[in-house]
Each structure stands twice: as C-alpha cells, then as structure tokens.
Design a protein around this ligand. Structure first.
Ligand code: ASP
Length: 581
C-alpha cells in the first residue's frame, strides 16, 4: 500500500498514529537540527519533520529533496508546538521514520504556488505543473461538482444523456467549421460539430422526448478570452413543449446549481425582451447588476440648434452617479475610449450636473441652462451626477453607449463578480440583415421557429419577425440560449427561402433533417449552455481558460503539445491532400 492517508486528512485526534503519506515536495526548510518538508497532494499539505539528533542519516536524506520530488514518508502523527491555523492539517506534523524517493524532479520552471512567478505562456507550456497549483485545481473541482449536479438535476427531470457523433456533415450556416479529411473517401471531408443541433432534433423525431449531453463543440472562430476553438456545452432538447416549459425547466436547473454550489436562493428570473435590452442597455446580454440605463434624448433636445443632433437617428444618455467631479483629463480619456475601433463611436458629449445646481457641458455653445436642465431631468440626474451622451445611427450608437455603460460600471466598482444577477432575454428577432452578403441570416439558427403571431411577416417584412428564442444572461454574459424549433416542413421551407436558399441548396445541406420531419416530428425546443462560461461565472472569473484542463492560447495553439503541427508528406498523400502555401 502506497499510502494510508492523504495530505489533507490528518488532524489532532490522529496524534500517535503510524501513517504513510505520498506526495510532492512543496518546499523544505533546513533549520540546523531539524528539517521540515511540506508534502503536497490534491487534498492538502502536511508538514513532515526530520530530526538530526534522532536519525542523522534520514535527516541527511531529507536534505537532498528538491522541489516537486515525489516521495513516500512513513512516520508518527504528532501535535505541533508551532501550530499553523491557516491550513486544516496545521495542528499536526509527521515525525518521519522512513522516506522513499519515488521519483526525483527537475526544478520546475515556475513556483507551484497561488501567486506563481510564472507568466501565462510558461504556465501553459507546462500546464501539468500549473494544474498542481491550488487555485487552478480548485477551478477544475468546481467544474466537476457542477457537471455532477447538472447530471443529477437532468436525470431527476427525466432527461436521458445521449452521445451524438463528432464526425458530421459540414454546413456553411453559423460559424466556420473545423474539417477532417476522409481517407476512405478521397476529396471528401467531415466537419467537427459546432453543436449537436440537428442530431438532437433528430432524437426528438426518434421519440427520445428529453435529451441532454455535456458535449464538446468546435468552432473555427477568432479567439478571445472567453472563447476557445473547442468548448463544452450542456446541450438539451425537449419534445411536446412550448417556450414556457423550456424556460421553467432550465430556470430550475440554474436555481439548483446556485443553491447547491453557492447557497444562493435566486429570485424568479426576470424576463426582458430583446428590444428592451437593446434600447436600455445597448446589448442583448444586459448586465443588470447596476442601473445607468439609457435615456432616449432625441425628443428632449430641441431641434435646429446643433446639427450633429439634428442629423442623428438616435440620441441617448446615461447618468453616471456622483461623477460630476470628473476632470478634463478623465473626460478626454473616456472620449478616447469610445473612439477606439472596438467601440467605434465618433465622439462623446457630457453634461456635468454641478453640486450648486448649475451645469457644465461640452455643448454649452448650443444649449442653454434650461435645456440642459430638461435633459438632466429626463435622465433623472441629481446634483453631482455626470451625463454622458452619444448620437448617431440607432443600432451602432446604442451598442457603443452600452460598452461605455459597462466601462463606467467597472470604474465605479459596480460589477462585483459574486453579485449574481440572472435573467432571460426573450423575443429575439428571427433574422438579421447582413449588409455585406446582401441577405438575411438566422439570428439563432435556421431551425428556430418564428412567433406564431409574426408568422405572416416572414414573406412581407422578414426583419420584423420575432422568434421563439431566448438567452439566459448572468452578469452581462450569455450563458445559454435556445429556441422552439420549426417542426413543420413547409414552415422550414419558407424559412430557407427567407434565408435566400434555393430548394436544391436547402435539400443538399439540410435534407436529412427536413426529410426526417416528414416522418412525424413532434413539436420541440431546447437550449444549450456554455459550460466553461458557467464554470468561470461560478468561480467569479472572466476567462474560461482556467476552467479548462488543457486550453488553447489566443492563436488557437496548444503550446504544450505544440499543436497544430505539420503532418508528413506520406500522411498528406494518404489523404489525397495537396498543400501549396
Ligand atoms: N445549438 C444551439 C447553440 O449551440 C443552442 C440551441 O438552440 O439549443 O447555440
């Protein structure tokens, strides 16, 4: 037997026991007559003591131990005179009687501590060492607990976990596919699934009724901190349901997770229409941890005084509480912030509501005190507040003001990651016009059903059709989304038509799903959660990377295994692939 206990287990009542422990040397300290070793494993740290007086040979051996050596120690549990109450095993230590070096180790390239001296790149290259750090391991433990709780809840609700294929047909709708050449079918390719969408719908046709899967998905997109080329979804589908059933079921899931993991009893989730989210927050994933909602100002400013306003389709403002004291420099900084290409605004207008009731603004030349006062009133600004205003094309300006709102939320410390605010955003538009392509795209995906009351608009005013689609948003992050699906072949055909597909194109790409719908497809709907994001949110972090055991970097590379990598001529030949770079 390698060990009798783990390094996180022994306590004062164990004193006197003869034990055997294994683990990695966190550090060792040589104090002349005594040598202390902190022994670490996944469960904790236990202090081992070697005494020069009682066993000089053993003590000498202990002094040869380097960081991260793997050792086995036999000894007696004893009460510590110098207790460390910061760790659970801090009241005891092991008086060593025997030590076996199971494996020596090279000095690690960075310290295995919460505050490591290793930079991001180095830690990713040696991710197996990074994972030894408490703070990273804890993230994976959280992930594990959430996946277990999800499975418990889904099982209790009658959902069945079913695996769907990873080698699937490439479909151009949606994000870019990762493709896999087929050796047995030269010149033909599989794609890795962006999601199991079509398969889960087929499972509904197959009568499975309630399906779920915690499943890897692949999208060949440009990466950001919260995106990985492969990521994990909790994917779900239900038959014989309406939108309300789906919302209730997954509201139940999220409440369950918050209850068991955080001890938080969530209030019933508020619902906000997509239109309201865009009008009030400039985002389809509003962060409702703080106010600063938009006030529409087009009708508040008098016409004919300021040509920029006259020409603007939309004018909106946010009231930043207590920020009237902002200096010229701070305001310039904000203007620079909104002018960055990522935000894309042309400028920023401010009105300071001074403590003495006067106003100071960047549009003093155009508007008098009474007019500014009316704006302040519309924005419900108080003395001491700062109003920030943007004007221009409606959609673009709202989005830009939304980004500024979040920035002001950050600056005022209003975005505490552990203050959870969860909501549903509903009534998304079905279609989205793409200027470049000159056609509509499905906002969610081409299988999403229009709201029955908007059905007739599909041919007459497609941009106006709302979908039975919904997103769950937590703290300004979209954690899940789904829709009620089209289960009727003729409606699906109309949808493809609205997307500009010919019958042949639709048949070539989605024929297998459409054909299946002719064999008795039940009404159905579902959704998928981004599981990595959910874990990061529960952990209070922005980046999903630390919640994935072996993530890719921003260039989509695994620097540890050095993938992607070239393959041999022979492999290419076998796959009938010619590469001309
Ligand atoms: N398959 C969709 C997605 O990955 C989710 C769904 O509609 O269920 O976003």
């Amino acid at each position: 037997m390698y060990r009798t206990h783990t390094n996180g287990e022994l306590r004062l009542p164990d004193a006197g026991k003869e034990v055997c422990l294994c683990g990695w040397v966190q550090r060792s300290r040589d104090l002349g007559g005594m040598t202390f070793v902190d022994l670490r494993d996944r469960y904790g740290i236990t202090q081992i003591v070697f005494n020069m007086e009682t066993d000089a040979d053993l003590c000498a051996k202990a002094r040869t131990l380097g960081r991260e050596f793997v050792i086995q120690v036999k000894g007696i549990v004893a009460e510590r005179s110098n207790k460390n109450l910061k760790i659970p095993t801090g009241e005891i230590e092991i008086l060593a009687k025997e030590i076996n070096i199971l494996n020596p180790a090279k000095t690690p390239p960075f310290t295995i501590e919460d505050h490591s001296d290793g930079g991001d790149e180095l830690r990713m290259k040696y991710r197996y060492l990074d994972l030894r750090r408490d703070c990273v391991r804890k993230n994976l433990e959280l992930r594990h607990r959430l996946s277990i709780e999800i499975r418990k809840y889904m099982d209790a609700q009658g959902f069945m976990e079913i695996e769907t294929p990873f080698l699937v047909k490439s479909t151009p709708e949606g994000a870019r596919d990762f493709v896999v050449p087929s050796r047995m079918n030269p010149g033909e390719f599989y794609a890795l699934p962006q999601s199991p969408q079509q398969y889960k719908q087929l499972l509904m046709v197959a009568g499975m009724d309630r399906y779920f899967q915690i499943v890897r998905c692949f999208r060949d997109e440009d990466l950001r901190a919260d995106r990985q080329p492969e990521f994990t979804q909790l994917d779900c589908e239900m038959a014989f349901v309406e939108q309300e059933d789906v919302l209730q079921t997954f509201e139940g899931l999220i409440r369950h997770l918050f209850r068991v993991e955080k001890g938080i009893e969530l209030p019933p989730l508020p619902r906000m229409s997509w239109q309201t989210a865009m009008d009030k927050y400039g985002s389809d994933k509003p962060d409702i941890r703080f106010g600063m909602e938009f006030t529409a100002l087009k009708d508040v400013f008098p016409q004919g005084k300021f040509s920029i306003f006259d020409q603007s389709e939309w004018i909106g403002g946010i009231c930043v509480p207590g920020a009237a004291e902002y200096t010229r420099k701070q305001l310039d900084e904000l203007t620079e912030f909104v002018k960055r290409p990522q935000v894309g605004a042309t400028g920023l207008i401010y009105i300071k509501c001074n403590a003495d009731g006067s106003f100071k603004s960047s549009i003093d030349k155009f508007f008098g005190a009474e007019e500014l006062k009316a704006v302040a009133q519309a924005c419900q600004a108080k003395a001491g507040d700062l109003i920030l205003i943007m004007a221009g094309k409606a959609a673009k300006t709202k989005t830009a003001l939304g980004v500024l709102r979040l920035e002001m939320g950050n600056r005022l410390g209003l975005r505490d990651p552990f203050n959870y605010k969860v909501l549903w955003v509903v009534d998304f538009p079905l279609l989205e016009w793409d200027e470049e392509a000159g056609r509509f795209f499905a906002m969610h995906h081409p299988f999403t059903a229009p709201k029955p009351e908007d059905d007739a608009l599909l041919e007459t005013d497609p941009g106006k059709v709302r979908a039975n689609a919904y997103d769950m948003v937590i703290n300004g992050v979209e954690v899940g989304g789904g829709s009620i699906r089209i289960h009727d072949k003729s409606l699906q055909a109309r949808m493809f038509k609205a997307l500009g597909f010919s019958d042949e194109e639709a048949q070539a790409q989605f024929g297998f799903l459409m054909n299946a719908f002719e064999f008795g497809a039940p009404p159905h709907g579902g959704l998928a959660f981004g599981f990595d994001r959910l874990c990061a949110l529960f952990g209070g972090a922005d980046s999903i990377r630390d919640y994935i055991a072996f993530p890719k970097n921003n260039a989509g590379r695994d620097t540890m295994s050095e993938s992607p990598s070239p393959i041999s001529e022979a492999q290419l030949k076998e796959l009938c692939i010619k590469v001309n770079l």
